[in-house]
Design a protein around this ligand. Sequence first.
Ligand code: FPP
Length: 250
Amino acid sequence: MIAVLFKKKETTIDRSKRILPQHIGIIMDGNGRWAKKRGLPRQAGHQAGASNFRKITRYCTTLGIKSLTVYAFSTENWKRPKEEIDALMDLFYDYLQDALVNFREENVRTTFIGDTSIFSEKIQALMQEAVDLSADKTGMRLNIAVNYGGRDEIVKAIKEISAEVAAGTLQESDITPELVSTHLYTAGQPDPDLIIRPSGEYRTSNFLLWQSAYAEYVFMDDILWPDFSTENLEEALDEYSRRNRRFGGV
Ligand code: FPP
């Protein structure tokens, strides 16, 4: 993949006329480096990142974004030291408790994408409560990717589809990209239009592999996730509005 680097452009964009993405994905990267720069433990970076996640999520709702997917914990993040993983689990727990009390009134529908069966029963119960409580909200869809990996998700889809073929309920000729999409965690949701990754890393890290086939990437240098501001988001949206999306056409 060719990295499309984001450089702040001199040309001004009339923000009232921009075409906004329907679905934004964010790889919330750089928490550890943010903490290191301040001589703090990595956990402090995740704490600051979690607080910024709340801020940016709220801002997206004010912009009228229809779906936001954030990468909070990947299938590969289990390789991290136990104390960092424990701190992240505590942050998920705190966020869920807070969300259940304070976000009830917000018109946001929350979903968790990824294999959540690995989390503690306490966390799974809170996740389920957050999903159930927000199920009838009509505003922004918030997908929180936890124990999520794009490859795992595709393997899950392949297994489900092959089981149907083996059972004779599906013909091989019925297997289409659309059918595969219905077996992903994001079934029924539009693909991401824009994926933002701050922190200067130019890779997808197994995030929404299938769904991002035609996403526009904005990789932002010089900004780590805890410092990623609403203005940085606006700049990414400016950049998105400059892109000419052709979806393979001309
Ligand atoms: C990547 O930065 C970040 C993560 C693996 C964790 C992201 C989690 C949060 C922002 C907080 C929790 C979210 C919720 C939903 C409450 P990194 O640690 O890899 O940073 P580095 O590359 O600088 O080390």
